[in-house]
Design a protein around this ligand. Sequence first.
Ligand code: ADP
Ligand code: ADP
Length: 229
Amino acid sequence: EIVLSARNVTKSYQTGEVEVKALAGVDLALQEAEVAVLLGPSGSGKSTLLNIMGGLDTATSGEVFFRDHDLTHSSERQLTRYRRDHVGFVFQFYNLIPSLTAWENVALVTEISRHPMKPEEALSMVGLKSRLDHFPAQLSGGEQQRVAIARAIAKRPDLLLCDEPTGALDSKTGVLVLEALLRINAELGTTIAIITHNAGIRQIAHRVFSFRDGRIADQTVNDHRITPA
Ligand code: ADP
Ligand code: ADP
């Protein structure tokens, strides 16, 4: 079953006199419970598409559906509700609140969610059961990113959208972050899209979409996917 579909999506940005075409007609569908990886050179449109899929931005033309929900004809208010109830975001930088513990950072989200996990449950899923009372400054970069992931999944989103989640981490730490994402996909069945430059991440994906000049130039299904232990 398709969770999210984009059809012939374009996005143009006007900066002064200059029009930049960030997306030039993209077709993509994310299947229920799949891990999709978005690869491609800088500036090829990956973040733009991810933001449109997550309701943070809107397409210039084309169709975007979350299940039978038409995102291109949604109001700001409907998009806000869509983000709140259905989408978790993970970015390169963690944006944790420094004065709150790991548990409290996650609890901020669970307090306003409809069917949340307990913060300790979400943190345990990313391997941080022993770090509940630590403040961000007491955690490594990889641990902070895993707190951010726990925060994103605690509301049980249908879609988890990750923009360069390992971009600020060394490769060893990055692996732990990727393992956490795999565990979430396996245990919760969350559909996950990950933008990355990390080639190793291909091995964990069900599908890889390669972007070039605002288009998807290539799409491959991974028959030899590495699954979590
Ligand atoms: P990627 O994620 O693959 O690096 P982006 O989606 O960030 O690519 O960017 C695609 C193109 O759109 C780039 O040329 C970028 O400069 C441009 N772009 C992205 N966001 C904006 C914006 N807010 N205003 C103007 N141009 C933008
Ligand atoms: P939420 O309902 O998830 O608390 P908010 O309404 O507070 O979201 O924020 C609007 C959206 O912006 C959220 O979906 C949030 O995840 C997203 N967001 C958070 N950090 C960033 C960022 N660095 N860049 C773009 N969007 C972000």
